[in-house]
Design a protein around this ligand. Structure first.
Ligand code: SF4
Length: 378
């Protein structure tokens, strides 16, 4: 099966207060890092089991990939074209910050193979945006979506967050309503997660902020599900909703076990037997690429680890865990292990088992992690 390619662009011009992703503000080093990524693209094809692997999806994530300019994309796409088979390429996504998406920038993007944008809107409340130190305003975010459509992008995803400090259920609902008036085809929505390295987490520890209650988070999530469904969006994964035919092919590959190669500092890769993590340090990345010995951590996946991946990713999707496939891949004992451990959650209605598929029921959506830990191999 064709693989996915992920390029991690580790720059941001400022740090959002909820974020602990690996990114730096060292923009002047962009050129040398892009060059190192070109080298990694050329030398890592073997991870996907071929000298010229076939790609189905390419995803530029970050960081802020929309800080790259035409000359950077030219270098990266030339390297991709030279070393990978793009005959079956279907989806090429750029993650973008709204304030980068000027009409000129969008026109430049159209010269490259991008056919999908994922725009970090987060909220359409200016005070909320300021609170989390986003660079853009609500008006800029809306304009970016409209300009993207105007530039010819028909596959536009937006990210929305709930559980932000001070965000009431009404504010979130207002954001969702305003967002759905825009020409978007896909929505990813996540509750704010209080990451230890983030500014918000420090403020929480200092008692300057309060976490949203579980009740508020749950209400926001179910409200989001209902409103999106009423607008024709189908939930296909816990946090992802799409108009029919607009599901993210790249992200779906993370949930259906497709191999992907991650390029750049902090990028992850997976090929069915090995998970690999490029160290999240530009200095180490550059130095190791110079030596020709990339700085990485490796995790070889035994059958139990692969079974756990299968459970965790399957349960997140509306398709669920395909029990026949589970048995084919891991044997009859794992099939019984999974179904035996599912009993409690089947009885209390958090899981459903039908058509040989074990899925989260509506009631189980909000406690998916707990249900998952009942099913994995320990
Ligand atoms: S959320 Fe995105 S744009 Fe903001 S600091 Fe993190 S990686 Fe950068």
């Amino acid at each position: 099966m064709e693989a996915g390619l992920y390029l991690h662009i580790p720059f941001c011009t400022s740090k959002c207060h909820y974020c602990d992703f690996y990114s730096v503000t060292a923009l002047p080093r962009k050129g040398e890092i892009v060059e190192a990524m070109v080298k990694e693209l050329q030398t890592e094809t073997g991870f996907l089991g071929s000298s010229k692997p076939a790609l189905r999806t390419i995803y530029f994530g970050g960081g802020t990939p929309s800080l790259l300019q035409a000359e950077d994309f030219t270098r990266l796409f030339n390297a991709i074209k030279a070393s990978y088979d793009l005959e079956h390429l279907q989806e090429v996504t750029l993650e973008a910050n709204p304030d980068d998406l000027t009409p000129e920038y969008l026109a430049m993007l159209r010269q490259f193979p991008f056919n999908r944008l994922s725009i970090g809107v987060q909220t359409l409340d200016d005070a909320g945006l300021k609170r989390i130190n986003r660079r853009h305003t609500a008006a800029q975010a809306k304009q970016a979506v409209l300009d993207s459509r105007e530039a010819g992008f028909t596959n536009i995803s937006i990210d929305l967050m709930y559980g932000l400090p001070g965000q009431t259920a009404e504010f979130f609902r207002q954001t969702v309503d305003e967002a759905l008036a825009l020409p978007v085809t896909h929505v990813s929505s996540y509750a704010l997660s209080w990451e230890e390295g983030s500014v918000l987490y420090k403020e929480l520890m200092q008692g300057r902020l309060q976490q949203a209650s579980d009740e508020l988070l749950e209400a926001a999530y179910f409200e989001l599900n209902a409103v999106l469904a009423a607008h024709g969006f189908q939930r296909y994964e816990l946090s992802n909703f799409a108009m029919p035919g607009y599901e993210s092919k790249h992200n779906s590959s993370y949930w259906n076990g497709t191999s992907y190669l991650g390029i750049g500092p902090g990028a992850h890769s997976y090929n069915g037997v090995l998970r690999r993590f490029n160290l999240p340090s530009i200095d180490q990345y550059m130095e190791s690429m110079r030596r020709g010995e990339p700085a990485r951590e490796l995790e070889w996946l035994d059958s139990n680890a692969r079974y756990n991946d299968f459970i965790m990713t399957g349960l997140r999707t509306t398709r669920g865990i395909l029990v026949k496939e589970l048995e084919k891949l891991f044997g009859v004992s794992k099939r019984y292990y999974c179904l035996y451990n599912a009993q409690k959650n089947l009885k209390n209605g958090f899981l459903v088992y039908e058509d040989e598929s074990l899925r989260l029921d509506e009631k189980g959506l909000f406690i998916a992690d707990d249900i998952c830990s009942d099913l994995i191999w320990v």
